[in-house]
Ligand binder design. Structure first.
Ligand SMILES: [Mg+2]
Length: 348
């Protein structure tokens, strides 16, 4: 083994408290994420940056990530720093062990950053992808309706807002936001509704200009999702029900859309494959993120040209972003630069 990896656990404060409907999600005032530096003696002086977000809902903690890193490193050992080379290494990474998307994401991202730096290509070019990407929305967590509305007012420059729902005041919250914000609203219930609640809310959601409904029901209730989609004029988007590329087939005819995240599926290489396959199967695609730094957001932005909707705001939720180099344009599109690799580095 010649590859070496150094990991660092980051505990990062959030700008605003961030709650969602799932009680296992403990992001409140701070989040924990893990960044890595990957070195290969074949490429002296170059460092690949990666990030993986440990989410217990998907079976990961810092400890599980660190435990599988040696196995994942062995899978990418000797990767060729070319488009074909990283594609092959992503496939070996995916085959090494099932699940563990956050740990795979850290390694896959660092490998793409390093390969980009070796070959002189930005990651999106290494993946053969365009710089033409949709603008990102901005996400507001569960809180009192007046507080959510105040945050919506502050975020009114964004072309869409994603509103976390699944609490007792969903309609009051959406009405309060609508009073101060004119553009589309995307609703994410994070498994917090029942079919009865969804049926009751649906007409109001349509009236309020909601553009899509993300994961209203528990992950395993594809039957409930299918029934709601059959009667809903709004697209239903599977998130917790759609973790990896292997989940797509079972969602055909169930939901109109799927939410792809690098931390669920295993990095930019895996996400590019999953987004392309989702389109082949007729899904509309939403590219999401966790509360991550701009290492993970830059890796996500590299594949965002494959998405219909983009929700890449994790780093914008942080009080102090530890990395720099990723720039949000005035049109709220992440700017994909010509710099080699991810184009981000640690703040001095
Ligand atoms: Mg979601």
């Amino acid at each position: 083994m010649t590859l070496s990896l150094r990991h660092e656990v980051l505990h990062l404060a959030l700008r605003d408290p961030f709650r969602i409907a799932r009680s296992d999600h403990d992001a409140g005032h701070a989040v924990t994420t893990l960044v890595i530096e990957l070195r290969d003696p074949r490429f002296p002086g170059l460092v690949g940056l990666g990030e993986g977000y440990p989410d217990r809902f998907y079976g990961e903690t810092i400890d599980t990530m660190v435990a599988v890193f040696p196995m994942l490193l062995a899978a990418v050992e000797g990767f060729e720093p070319t488009a074909a080379g990283v594609r092959a290494a992503t496939a070996r990474l995916q085959a090494a062990i099932r699940w563990n998307g956050g740990a795979k994401c850290a390694i896959d991202t660092a490998m793409h950053d390093l390969a980009g730096k070796v070959s002189g290509l930005p990651v999106h070019r290494l993946l053969g992808l365009s710089t033409d990407i949709p603008p990102t929305d901005f996400t507001l967590g569960l809180d009192e309706p007046s507080i959510v509305a105040e945050r919506a007012r502050r975020a009114s420059g964004f072309p869409a807002l994603k509103i976390k729902c699944g609490g007792p005041a969903d309609i009051a919250t959406l009405e309060a936001v609508r009073a101060v914000y004119d553009h589309p609203l995307r609703v994410d219930a994070n498994t917090g509704w029942t079919p009865d609640i969804a049926r009751q809310l649906l007409p109001a959601l349509v009236d309020l200009g909601v553009e899509l409904i993300e994961q209203p029901f528990p992950a395993g209730r594809l039957d409930w999702l299918r029934d709601l989609q059959a009667t809903s004029p709004l697209p239903i988007v599977a998130d917790e029900s759609c973790v990896t590329i292997g989940d797509l087939d079972a969602l055909v005819g169930v939901t109109a859309g799927v939410n792809v995240k690098l931390a669920k599926c295993g990095g930019p290489g895996a996400a590019a494959l999953m987004l392309a396959r989702a389109h082949e199967l007729g899904f509309r695609t939403f590219l999401g993120c966790m509360e991550e730094t701009s290492v993970a957001i830059a890796a996500s932005a590299a594949v965002a040209s494959l998405a219909d909707w983009v929700d890449l705001d994790g780093n914008l939720l942080l009080a102090d972003e530890p990395f720099e180099g990723l720039v949000l344009g005035e049109d709220h599109r992440w700017q994909l630069s010509d710099r080699a690799g991810l184009g981000v580095s640690r703040r001095a």
